[in-house]
Design a protein around this ligand. Structure first.
Ligand SMILES: C[S@@+](CC[C@H](N)C(=O)[O-])C[C@H]1O[C@@H](n2cnc3c(N)ncnc32)[C@H](O)[C@@H]1O
Length: 257
């Protein structure tokens, strides 16, 4: 089941993801007239950069969160190069196959990568490109440990019985194999680290609440989410550094002819 997001907060807090998206896009050569899908577009900040490279192209921006889709629709109102649809990527179907699928900070929220990559391959023209980045093996290990410890506290423990970790932080080798099995070739997959510093424990707590701990907060009664995120941030900041230990999994591939 997909999760709802606070799109207004995400828009304000998304600088790390936007920066990584910009750097990923720099790796992509484009003619400017491609048809693309942005898979998990959020509020559209990375989609906007993609559109900047596609003056004669089109983008189908899809996201499973109604709030994200509404924000992206507002952002692109009047731009007839863009269509924004509320779709679970595991059910993705495009009318006409596209030249490029771009995706940033999304795939780790999806457990079934075999099915996901199959849907993306089906959306691409033969030789169409997949360019993606998401959380990979080891991503936010310190945050997970801190959240795990707070979940064990008496105040929060009852809400997390039977709760499942939402993430799929895959490693490059398994990702390469899955992409090839789904019909991709020229596959490259690699990890890089992006430790990200926040100025204060309050800033870190605000960020975690919206960007990282959404699934945890869903399990909690209203009013407890803030205290939970504050407790995770406080644990993380115990040594005076407010860092999220991001590790990003990058993927470049072509759909086989
Ligand atoms: C961290 S945001 C990334 C947004 C944007 N790509 C960026 O880099 O700022 C993750 C997005 O993935 C979307 N998402 C997660 N699982 C999804 C799924 N199964 N289908 C479609 N979108 C999904 C969420 O709704 C959310 O908007």
């Amino acid at each position: 089941m997909t999760m709802e997001w606070n799109a207004q907060e995400y828009e304000v807090l998304a600088a790390p993801m936007t920066g990584w998206g910009a750097r990923l896009l720099e790796r992509v050569e484009l003619r400017g007239d491609e048809a693309a899908v942005d898979a998990g577009c959020g509020t559209g900040r990375v989609t906007e950069m993609l559109l900047g490279r596609l003056p004669r192209g089109t983008v189908l921006a899809v996201d499973a969160s109604a709030a994200m889709v509404e924000a992206a629709r507002e952002r692109f109102a009047g731009d007839d190069r863009v269509r924004v649809e509320c779709v679970d990527l595991l059910e993705l179907e495009v009318g006409e196959p596209v030249d490029l699928v771009l995706s940033t900070a999304t795939f780790h929220w999806i457990k079934d990568h075999d099915r996901l990559f199959g849907r993306l391959a089906a959306a691409l023209e033969p030789q169409g490109r997949l360019v993606a980045q998401c959380g990979g093996e080891g991503n936010i290990s310190r945050v997970r440990a801190a959240a795990g410890a707070v979940m064990e506290e008496e105040r929060f423990r009852p809400y997390f019985e039977g709760w499942e970790d939402p993430w799929n932080f895959a490693d490059p080798a398994i990702t390469r194999a899955r992409l090839e099995a789904a019909g991709f070739e020229d596959v490259e997959a690699w990890l890089h680290e992006e430790p990200t510093e926040f100025g204060s424990v309050e800033g870190l707590a605000r960020y975690l609440r919206t960007v990282v701990l959404g699934r945890h907060l869903e399990a909690l009664p209203k009013g407890e989410g803030e205290a939970f995120a504050a407790a995770v941030a406080a644990r993380l900041g115990e040594e005076g550094e407010f860092v999220v230990d991001y590790a990003r999994l990058n993927m470049l591939a072509r759909r086989s002819a």
